[in-house]
Ligand binder design. Structure first.
Ligand SMILES: *Cc1c(COP(=O)(O)O)cnc(C)c1O
Length: 399
């Protein structure tokens, strides 16, 4: 009898008791809007921003309604205007090209490598060809490109980098926190990311003008002095009447449940990585399966797992998905013709003119993905790896 896994791939942990108590306190006093403060009070949202700025080492932090909102606001606040070309990964999640479209700009997709990161040769070629002045770099699924090499290319070409850190909150490249290499770093606190407030996001930057424009964009109603993690009031003088209010604030209830989670984040990151590494070693040397290489400079936080089956046909990928699903292991395949439940491929975003990305297409055709919620034990991870190894082995032999 083959073993079956019975865990739930979409079940996150409950929120910590401290979050629940903090939420109840906010609901009891009723001041949920971030600018609705009692005399002398510093709201939960402003305190969260101070704490997240300290966590990343950034000068300024703005909490907003979603990760996608943070990305669009960062792009506009960095100076992108309607019609501008913006470089981004050909493999990322839909809110990334969506944020570029939201700012009225046009995505120019850059190939990814079989390490699932941006292809730097293609980046150079596309900078030259498009003349783009902005790169929205997605650390998709927590895989970090050589940031020293990428920043050298972008700085040399006058390209501003906005980092999408939806999957790299708590991660670093060469000791520098993810989100701190470019002009702005954006994070998500949506349920399936590293902090969970249902929906939410952050923007961090050291650039006072960018921070002030982002605060005005988020809808600060001239109450910018209540942003204790924002730049001083004089920075707003220039821009406060010429920046539109595109409401996207965070509220005190979400901030209240995030603050205790932020304090626990380092432990949570270690717990995710322990699970990732169990599956990584469980899949090592599996015929037909390639695990993704992780360079020494990368301090990752892996709340999901990816592997490649480079020689499998489309039929074999579908068969692997079916066979593992029958044993309780939910794999997502990025090579399917029609997106199911999510979109992560350039050709699913048809509001953008079609672009040719043959390497990305080839890599995604062999790419599988699964979530690793912290409700899974290390023994669960061993069983998941065993199931994948057995089923991939059967298909590899038959193939
Ligand atoms: C989730 C996600 C986002 C945006 O997050 P939302 O908070 O859902 O808007 C951006 N990029 C990637 C890669 C994501 O997975």
């Amino acid at each position: 009898m083959s073993q079956i896994f019975t865990g739930n791939f979409t079940q996150q942990e409950p929120l910590p008791e401290a979050s629940i108590e903090a939420a109840v306190r906010v609901m009891r006093h009723g001041r949920l809007h971030r600018y609705n403060l009692a005399e002398g009070e510093k709201g939960e949202t402003a305190q969260l921003e101070e704490e997240f700025a300290a966590f990343t080492g950034a000068k300024y932090c703005l909490a907003v309604a979603s990760g996608g909102y943070a990305l669009a606001a960062a792009l506009r606040a960095a100076g992108a205007r309607a019609g501008d070309a913006v470089l981004t990964n050909a493999f990322t999640l839909a809110p990334v090209p969506g944020a570029i479209a939201n700012a009225g700009c046009t995505p120019v997709f850059v190939e990814v490598t079989d390490r699932l990161v941006m292809d730097l040769d293609d980046l150079k070629a596309k900078i030259a060809r498009s003349g783009a002045r902005f790169l929205m770099l997605s650390h998709m699924r927590g895989h970090i490109v050589d940031m020293d090499a990428l920043m050298a290319i972008c700085d040399g070409a006058g390209v501003q980098v906005i980092e999408d850190c939806a999957h790299t909150m708590g991660a670093a490249w060469n000791g520098v926190p993810s989100g701190r290499h470019g002009v702005a770093g954006c994070y998500s606190t949506q349920t399936f990311k590293h902090l969970n407030s249902g929906e939410g996001g952050f923007l961090v930057t050291d650039d006072a003008g960018l921070a002030a424009r982002a605060i005005m964009l988020s809808g600060s109603y001239m109450l910018f002095e209540r942003h204790t993690a924002g730049p001083p009031a004089e920075v707003f003088e220039q821009i406060k009447l010429e920046t539109p209010n595109c409401s996207g604030r965070m509220d005190n209830l979400r901030a209240a449940i995030l603050r205790p989670q932020l304090r626990n984040l380092p432990d949570q990151c270690a717990a995710w990585n322990a699970r990732y590494q169990r599956i990584e070693s469980g899949l090592a040397n599996t015929p037909g399966v390639t695990v993704i290489e992780r360079p020494a400079a990368e301090s990752y936080v892996m709340s999901s797992f990816q592997f490649l089956c480079p020689d499998f046909t489309a039929e074999q990928m579908v068969a692997l998905q079916k066979r593992t699903a029958a044993r309780g292991v939910e794999l997502k395949w990025f090579g399917a013709d029609q997106p199911v439940g999510f979109t992560s491929r350039h050709d699913s975003w048809q509001y953008v003119a079609a672009q040719s990305l043959p390497n990305t297409d080839r890599i995604l055709a062999g790419l599988m993905d699964m979530r690793l919620p912290l409700t899974f034990s290390l023994a669960d991870c061993d069983l998941i790896a065993q199931i994948i190894r057995e089923e991939a082995g059967i298909l590899h032999q038959a193939g």
